[in-house]
Every structure is written in C-alpha cells, then in structure tokens.
Write a protein that binds this ligand. Structure first.
Ligand SMILES: [Zn+2]
Ligand SMILES: [Zn+2]
Length: 216
C-alpha cells in the first residue's frame, strides 16, 4: 500500500515538473513574440523660409518624447510642381508624396514650412490646412502659416505630433480622428483647437508607446 502511494506521489511530481517546464517554454516563446518593433527614424525636413530656430525647437521637443533617432536635415526649397492652381499656396498632398520619396521603409519624414498649404477636402478642391499626414504612412507636413498667438510654436509642435500620429496609423477610423476633445489626435474641423489639446488619450498613447514614444 505504502509503495503504491509513493509511486503515485513520484508520478505526480514528474507530471508537475513537466507542466512547469511547459509553462516556462510558453513564457519564453511569449517573450520572443513580444519583442519591441524596430523604432523608426524620424527625419525633420524644413523648407526654406521657416526660421532655423523654429526647426530646432520642434526637434528638441520631439527628442524629449521619442526614444528613437530624430534627424534634422538642412532646409530645401519647396517643389514648384506642388503650387496650387493660382500659385498662392502649396498642395499638402503633393508635398507629402514628394517627401515620401526622400525616405526608406524604416524612416518617417515630417516637412516643416511657413507657407500656406492646402488639399482637397470633400467638395472643396483647395481647402487650406495646417497639416496633413498619410495614415498610416511615412510622410507628413505641418505649416505655421495659419497659427496665431504667442503660443504658435507650441501649437506647431502639437500639430507635428498629430501628423506623426497619423503616420503611425493613429485615428485610422471612419472619422479619421479621435473623439476625445483634449487628445492631440482630435480633428481640427476647420478650426484651431490646438490650445485645448493636452495629451494623447489612453488609446492613442498605447500605439505610440509601443512604437518607442516616451509618454508615461
Ligand atoms: Zn488629423
Ligand atoms: Zn486619442
């Protein structure tokens, strides 16, 4: 009788060990699967006319919240082919296509300009915008042209992270934007709500943290 109990006990121990090692393997395979994605290199591409100090401020603030590489390029001229029908502003859609051709798959590029930019929006063939970004994609553009007030550079930075957010696939919903009123991914709806925007909401934040943004 005692021997039978002992055999049962030993086999129970063996089964337990086997279960433990299986669990350990599962943990290891989960760890392998959850390896962080390769961080994108964010390239800041200023266009001529924007003060260099503005580019530097945007780069400095971006470096504070992004753990990957941020590279600042020398200013280039705006491509003439991106001018709109009356040559008064530049087509943001043409500019992000142009910028997209300057980078490879592991890079994201943001153009900064002081010129007025526009795109097609619904029935409006030449709608003025503050920024535009592919969602998801590798290029976006922001303009300081429409920004008013003492905090216009702060607004430009909020726009910068909004358009970069689109590049990371944020707000790729039916409405294209976040419903949270204070989230940086809120829709401008043709107005400047930038002062009201305080942070990325918890949903938007998760996507960016996963991509190497320091938003804790
Ligand atoms: Zn947007
Ligand atoms: Zn949000």
């Amino acid at each position: 009788m005692k021997v039978e109990v002992l055999v049962f006990y030993i086999s129970f121990l063996l089964i337990s060990c086997d279960q433990l090692s299986t669990e350990a393997e599962m943990l290891i395979s989960n760890t392998v699967k959850r390896q962080p994605k390769a961080k994108k290199i964010i390239i800041i591409q200023p266009f001529e006319g924007l003060p260099q100090s503005t580019t530097q401020l945007i780069a400095q603030q971006l470096k504070e919240i992004y753990s990957g590489e941020v590279t600042v390029k020398n200013a280039i001229s705006l491509p003439k082919h991106a001018l709109n029908y009356n040559k008064k502003r530049y087509r943001a859609d043409s500019l992000i296509r142009y910028l997209g051709r300057l980078v490879n798959g592991n890079q994201i590029i943001i153009g900064l300009t002081d010129k007025d930019i526009s795109t097609t929006k619904g029935k409006h063939s030449d709608w003025g915008v503050m920024g535009l970004g592919n969602c998801p994609g590798k290029s976006c553009i922001v303009s300081v042209f429409k920004l008013k007030g003492k905090n216009r550079i702060e607004k430009l930075f909020k726009l910068t992270i909004h358009e970069l957010g689109h590049n990371y696939g944020l707000a790729n919903t039916k409405t294209k934007h976040c419903p949270e009123k204070t989230c940086f991914m809120r829709d401008a709806e043709g107005k400047d709500h930038l002062t009201e925007l305080k942070e990325f909401c918890s949903k938007c934040r998760l996507v960016l943290i996963d991509a190497g943004w320091k938003l804790d």
